[in-house]
Design a protein around this ligand. Structure first.
Ligand SMILES: Nc1ncnc2c1ncn2[C@@H]1O[C@H](COP(=O)(O)OP(=O)(O)OP(=O)(O)O)[C@@H](O)[C@H]1O
Length: 296
C-alpha cells in the first residue's frame, strides 16, 4: 500500500494538529487536533454547523488551513494538493456522493480509478476493459470484466465484490439508479485507490434502513481489512457501534475525544437534542439522535 512513501509502520493514519481553517474571514475550525490511529474507526460527531464537513475538507486538501498541520500515515501533507493526499493514502467520500450521474457505472468506476492504479488501460494496469463498449456486453459481469489483470482490475473486482449490485449494472447510467446504489458507487472509490484512511461524510443520508445496513456492512468489511475510517454520521448509534474512538466537535472546537464507552448515553441524547452547546462547557454536544423516519 502507498509504495514509495516514507511511511512509519505504526504511524497514525491521519492526524490534524492545531488546525485552524475557515472560509474567507469566517473561522470555522479553531486549533482542532484529531487523530485517526492506524486500523481504527473514529466517529466525528457534532451539531449542525459545528465544522465536521469543514474538517474533512481541510484533511482532504480541499480547504487550506491558516494554521496547523495535516499528516497522512506520518507524512506531512499540509501543503499537498488533494490529488497528492489521495496518493498518500487518503480517500474522501463527500456528502452528496460526488459521482457522475450522466455516466454509466462502468465509466464512473473508470474515472475513479486513480492513474497510479492503472487508469483506463493506460500505464500500469488495464483499467476496466471495454469501458467504452456499451454494445459489447450484457451489462452483467462478463468476460471482459473478469479477464482484466493488474492492480487496477483487482481494485475494481474488490469494489464489485463489495457491492455486487454494481456488477449487475455496469452499463446503467448512474443517475438512473436508486439512491442506495448511487451511494454504493460513491463508496466504490474506497476500494479503487487502496487508501490508508477513508473520510466518510454522512454516507447514510436519505437512505432506507435496509440500504444503510448494507452500507455499514461494507464499511465494517473495509475496517476489518485494516483501512482506517473517519466517520461523520447522522445515525449516532450506528457510528458509535463501529467506532473505536469518538470525537465531539462543537463550534469548531474538539470537546471530547475518547472511547464510545466513556460517553454517557443520556447526556449524548440530551446533547444531540440541544445542538449548539459548546463542548468546552457541555459534557456532550452533537446534532440529533438517530433521525427517525427522515427520508426513508
Ligand atoms: N463554502 C462555505 N463558505 C462559507 N461558509 C461555509 C461554507 N461551507 C460551510 N460554511 C459554514 O461553516 C460552518 C461549518 O459548516 P460545516 O458544513 O463544516 O458543518 P457541519 O458540522 O458539517 O454541519 P452539517 O451537519 O450541517 O453538515 C457553518 O457555519 C457553515 O455555514
Amino acid at each position: 500500500m502507498n509504495a514509495g512513501l516514507a511511511v512509519t509502520e505504526r504511524a497514525d493514519a491521519l492526524q490534524l494538529r492545531s488546525v485552524t481553517a475557515g472560509y474567507g474571514r469566517s473561522t470555522v475550525l479553531r486549533e482542532v487536533t484529531l487523530t485517526v490511529p492506524a486500523g481504527s474507526v473514529v466517529a466525528l460527531l457534532g451539531p449542525n454547523g459545528a465544522g465536521k464537513t469543514t474538517l474533512l475538507r481541510a484533511a482532504a486538501g480541499l480547504l487550506r488551513p491558516s494554521a496547523g498541520t495535516v499528516t497522512v500515515t506520518g507524512r506531512d501533507v499540509t501543503r499537498s494538493s488533494p490529488h497528492q493526499r489521495a496518493r498518500a493514502g487518503l480517500c474522501l467520500v463527500p456528502e452528496g456522493r460526488g459521482i457522475f450521474p450522466s455516466l454509466t457505472v462502468r465509466e464512473n468506476l473508470q474515472l475513479q480509478l486513480p492513474s497510479w492504479r492503472g487508469h483506463g488501460g493506460r500505464g500500469r494496469g488495464g483499467g476496466i476493459r471495454g469501458s467504452g463498449g456499451r454494445g459489447r456486453d450484457s451489462g452483467r459481469g462478463n468476460d471482459s470484466d473478469r479477464e482484466n489483470s493488474g492492480r487496477g482490475n483487482s481494485a475494481v473486482d474488490a469494489a464489485l465484490d463489495a457491492f455486487p449490485v454494481l456488477r449487475d449494472r455496469l452499463r446503467q447510467v448512474a443517475g438512473t439508479m436508486s439512491g442506495g446504489q448511487q451511494q454504493m458507487l460513491a463508496l466504490a472509490r474506497c476500494y479503487l485507490s487502496d487508501p490508508a484512511v477513508v473520510l466518510l461524510d454522512e454516507v447514510s443520508m436519505g437512505l432506507a434502513p435496509r440500504v444503510i445496513d448494507q452500507i455499514f456492512e461494507s464499511l465494517r468489511g473495509l475496517a476489518a481489512s485494516g483501512v482506517s475510517l473517519l466517520l461523520v454520521e447522522q445515525y449516532v448509534s450506528r457510528a458509535l457501534e463501529m467506532a473505536d474512538v469518538v470525537c465531539l466537535l462543537g463550534r469548531g472546537r474538539v470537546g471530547f475525544t475518547g472511547a464510545p464507552s466513556e460517553l454517557d448515553g443520556d447526556e449524548l441524547v440530551r446533547g444531540y437534542l440541544s445542538a449548539g452547546h459548546d463542548p468546552g462547557t457541555a459534557a456532550v454536544s452533537a446534532h440529533g439522535a438517530d433521525p427517525a423516519g427522515t427520508g426513508q
